[in-house]
Design a protein around this ligand. Structure first.
Ligand SMILES: Nc1ncnc2c1ncn2[C@@H]1O[C@H](COP(=O)(O)OP(=O)(O)OP(=O)(O)O)[C@@H](O)[C@H]1O
Ligand SMILES: [Mg+2]
Length: 536
């Protein structure tokens, strides 16, 4: 064991953490926030994280008349006698010491170590005990800073609630999401439906340097189906697609238009009018009928009967025209995409829906909302049936959305299906994985319902506050979060980890990394064969 003694506990509390006075042999300059320490209490061992580093002096006068430390002998005498370093440690877990806790494994702390307990830098074994142990539910997601130990996420716990991946642009959200999706696929903890705005999860993506990286279907051909809204774009990129999604006007409901209020620049009155027109013309024809209104004589009469102002009608019409121009929308569609998505999910096959060239937010919001609403309704029905008839509930479903604040901002989140899913937790075995670079745009209540948050660097104060709202020792984590490197590092906290952890994200994109995802030689061989066949 490479136990390295740092110092002793001098004061503290359970809520605020403990102060540790460093030994003269331990330099403050070697300390770093985010590092792990163990504290040898009288009865228990504690496991915690350094959340602050500071300097102290015994006699305040020294700070007013600083001594001459150019003499190395002088400096050494001072260190540890008149001056000292302190670190602030948040203890999170107890990890053995007495027999009971050895059997139970790491437990949340309920007390603090006693005065003058020894503090050591955590050893590899300690970190391994707390975060390690890949198994049938735990997935290796990265390593702690300055250590080789694996940090694992409990994906069984993860899928029980909605979760979020945050970070400013270019910090590694997409790479992390791919890893998580692979984890869920590998461990079989959930089936996934991914609304893939930039077409980077299904077949292949790119790194910022322009290097191609494999995505899900290339790695797991038999477990992933790629649906596309843009057949031509998929063909050009040589993506092997399974289904081309088209959506009928008749599938659009007033709620969908409500969610698009901001992007389509609709007035509140227009949104109200949608509900009236929907009632007037019926679900099948309301969009076409509304768009045709202007061409007919009775228009004026109808609008005035419904009390819809002329300017409101024109505002709404402009919005509906924008929707009608989306190439994947048709007046009527026979091949229902919802049914196909469910068919794949039911077989345990993950579905990635590529948007191809239709990356504008109107298309994304419309399609994600419309499909999710229907799929959720199905799960709900099945879950209720399962409860009533005592049969197996549906396999958990995780729905991934990007630009989550567009669906979950305070103005819309109470009405949309995504807000409902985020709030109801796993009542119907459906949860969300939201990806966002601006978490402060997401409704606080939704943020507080998220089980696990994985966040890369954020530099906007409001975003940091929103991600950390409600966590104990917020200030400690805040300093850690704002000091992450600008890519491939993340802070993880919540249900899927025993305590907050800073990781260097597992490497993704090299041949070696792909190999490690595919468990046994036979399946790997099969996967390689499948990949070859696809390219023929
Ligand atoms: N786990 C990883 N393994 C290898 N490279 C990584 C990893 N994470 C991030 N990177 C590097 O960082 C770059 C940015 O990552 P990524 O595309 O995931 O950022 P992002 O947060 O999704 O950005 P945006 O908000 O613009 O979509 C990648 O192109 C890659 O070069
Ligand atoms: Mg991205």
């Amino acid at each position: 064991m490479n136990e390295k003694r740092l110092g002793i506990v001098t004061s503290g509390s359970l809520t605020k953490g403990v102060e540790v006075r460093l030994d003269s042999s331990a330099s403050v300059e070697d300390m770093a926030v985010g590092r792990y320490v163990t504290i040898e209490g009288q009865k228990q061992r504690f496991f915690g994280m350094i959340t602050d580093v500071s300097l102290g002096v015994i006699d305040q006068k020294l700070t007013l008349t600083p001594p001459d430390v150019s003499d190395p002998f002088m400096a050494e005498v001072l260190a540890g006698t008149s001056t000292y370093g302190t670190i602030h440690v948040s203890p999170y877990l107890t990890i053995g010491g007495d027999v009971a806790s050895l059997i139970e494994g790491p437990q949340p702390v309920k007390t603090v170590p006693s005065h003058f307990s020894t503090v050591n830098l955590a050893s590899q074994q300690d970190v391994e005990l707390v975060f390690g142990g890949e198994d049938e539910k735990r997935f290796y997601i990265g390593t702690p800073l300055d250590m080789e130990t694996k940090v694992c996420l409990d994906l069984g716990e993860l899928v029980k609630r909605s979760n979020g991946i945050f970070g400013k642009s270019g910090t590694g959200k997409t790479f992390l999401t791919r890893l998580l999706l692979i984890g869920m696929l590998q461990k079989g903890t959930a089936a996934n439906l991914v609304f893939d705005m930039h077409s980077e999860y299904g077949w292949e993506g790119r790194s910022e340097e322009g290097r191609k990286v494999k995505a899900l279907k290339q790695l797991f051909p038999s477990k992933v189906a790629v649906f596309t809204l843009d057949e031509e774009s998929s063909r050009r990129r040589r993506v092997s697609t399974d289904f081309v999604v088209r959506i009928g006007y008749d599938e659009i409901e007033p709620e969908d238009i409500g969610l698009l209020r901001q992007t389509l620049n609709l007035t509140e009155a227009s949104v109200q009018a949608v509900y009236q027109l929907y009632r007037e013309f019926g679900s099948k024809r309301w969009i076409e009928a509304t768009l045709e209104l202007e061409d007919r004589d009775e228009t004026k009469q109808l609008l005035s009967r419904l009390n819809i102002h002329d300017s409101t009608y024109r505002n709404l019409r402009r919005g509906l025209e924008t929707i009608r121009r989306l190439p994947f929308l048709l007046p009527h569609v026979t091949d229902n995409p919802v049914r196909h998505v469910l068919e794949y999910l039911d077989q345990g096959i993950n579905v990635v829906l590529e948007f191809g060239r239709y990356t504008d937010i109107t298309a994304y919001i419309l399609v994600a909302n419309l499909l999710t609403r229907r799929i959720h309704a199905q799960y709900r029905e099945r879950m209720e049936k399962a409860l009533g008839e005592d049969i197996a509930p549906p396999h958990p479903l995780v729905i991934t959305i990007e630009e989550a604040h567009k669906f979950l901002n305070p103005e819309v989140s109470s009405q949309t299906i995504f807000g409902i899913i985020a709030r109801e937790m796993r009542k119907y075995n459906v949860t969300l994985l939201v990806i966002d670079q601006r978490p402060s745009g997401i409704d606080d209540e939704v943020m507080s319902q998220m089980g696990t948050k994985i966040t890369c660097l954020l530099d906007n104060e409001r975003d940091i506050d929103s991600v950390l709202a409600g966590v104990p020792d917020k200030s400690g984590l805040k300093s850690i979060l704002s000091r992450l490197e600008s890519r491939q590092q993340a802070l993880i906290f919540g249900h899927a980890v025993p305590m907050p952890v800073v990781i260097r994200t597992r490497e993704y994109g090299s041949a070696q990394s792909y190999k490690e995802f595919i468990p046994s030689p036979e399946t790997r061989q099969q996967a390689e064969k499948d990949i070859e066949e696809l390219w023929e």
